[in-house]
Design a protein around this ligand. Structure first.
Ligand code: GTP
Ligand code: MG
Ligand code: ZN
Length: 349
């Protein structure tokens, strides 16, 4: 395979070639995995293991590789990302129940399609879908919801209706890896580079294997005791499948919002639209007269659950934005101090 046709099977195009122009003499490649200070990069010479010089790369990144004396490879540069899937607050939780980290974590780069994966059984987390959709919209990728394990659903049409209500303007697909139902529809939307996001045990890796047509990722049965997944996938991994590329991810325990204001508005488009109709511009949709949001709940047009989810995520987004502002202020203060010290030092006596 020629260089260009191999690279284009990984998503390389003219605009990537243009971004790569300053690195003439280095080797272009796409990051498939990052693990403990090293990353796997697919290049025209096959998969190369490399370290990095500056910022750590992420699965999906396009990079320029430099061969070091002694034969090791190094990521000399990461090409500017087109899209970035970032989550906030990893692991820690504060008293407010919100994530305690205002630094975003990059989950995947240069993703065209974000597949929010949720199982039909044992339970389908509508709140989780809404949260991931807000992040997906924010990332710049096109989101879809994929309901897995359709073969286990007691009432699939009813479930899909509830999921669609939690995902306005988003395509919802049901699949079963057991029967193969719905796989073609997922294949049709998973063009370019897709990322799979969802809880452990949802069947993300099983879906990757089904799309790949062979077992590329390890899978494991959920725990019988509580129906939870076993966190089988431990690293994000870019896999080449017929017709595209998919990034499998470890099941997320908790995903915090991160600078998701715009994404949140899109994930709750119908609520935001209703809010425009409220009598007061600063309506909090609690008790105000002429509140169009409350009227819609009253009339049964807007599920109460939806309003509660919107409130919760908006509170979290506002809190996260305040944290980020505080961090930026502290950083700026530090920079100013360093600058002043330098000015004092350089002042002629
Ligand atoms: N009945 C049924 N079981 C499925 C389906 N898809 C996946 N499973 C099962 O669900 C279990 C978990 O699947 P995985 O693919 O490992 O789940 P995962 O989302 O990758 O989980 P983590 O890697 O832990 O995040 C496995 O036992 C699969 O066989 C499906 O369509 N129907
Ligand atoms: Mg997995
Ligand atoms: Zn209102």
């Amino acid at each position: 395979m020629s260089r260009s046709s191999f690279l284009s099977s990984l998503g390389w195009d003219d605009s990537w070639a243009e971004s790569f122009a300053p690195y003439d003499g280095l080797v272009p490649g796409r990051v498939v995995r990052v693990d403990r200070g090293r990353c796997g990069v697919l290049t025209e010479h096959g998969e190369v293991q490399a370290g990095w010089r500056h910022e750590p790369p992420c699965a999906g990144d396009w990079v320029a590789l430099r061969g070091l004396p002694g034969g090791a490879d190094q990521v000399a540069a990461i090409l500017p990302r087109r899209t970035a899937f970032v989550r906030g607050g990893v692991g820690r939780e504060s008293r407010g129940g919100l994530s305690g980290d205002s630094q975003g974590q990059l989950l995947a780069a240069n993703v065209d399609v974000a597949l929010v994966v949720e199982p039909a059984s044992p339970d389908t987390g509508l709140g989780r879908i809404e949260r991931l959709l807000a992040l997906a919209w924010q990332s710049g990728a096109t989101p879809y919801v994929v309901i897995t394990k359709a073969d286990l659903a007691a009432d699939l049409p009813g479930l899909l209706e509830a999921v669609s209500a939690a995902a306005p303007g988003v395509g919802v697909h049901a699949v079963s890896a057991v029967t193969g139902d719905g796989l073609d529809a997922v294949r049709a939307v998973a063009t370019g580079t897709s990322v799979l996001l969802g809880p452990s045990g949802a069947g993300k890796s099983t879906l990757v294997n089904a799309l790949a047509g062979e077992e590329v990722m390890r899978t494991q049965a959920i725990r019988a005791s509580d129906g939870r997944g076993r966190h089988t996938t431990t690293h994000r991994e870019l896999v080449v499948v017929p017709g595209g590329l998919v990034i499998d991810t470890p099941g997320v325990r908790r995903v915090g919002l991160y600078e998701a204001g715009e994404g949140l508005s899109r994930a709750f488009a119908e609520v935001e639209e209703l809010a425009e109709e409220c009598r007061f511009g600063d309506c909090a949709h609690e008790t105000e007269p002429g509140c169009a949001v409350l009227a819609a709940v009253e009339a049964g047009d807007l599920p109460e659950r939806r309003l509660a989810g919107w409130r919760r995520l908006r509170r979290e987004a506002a809190w996260m934005a305040a944290r980020t502002d505080a961090r930026l202020r502290a950083e700026r203060l530090r920079e100013r101090k360093v600058l002043h010290r330098r000015i004092r030092r350089d002042r002629p006596r």
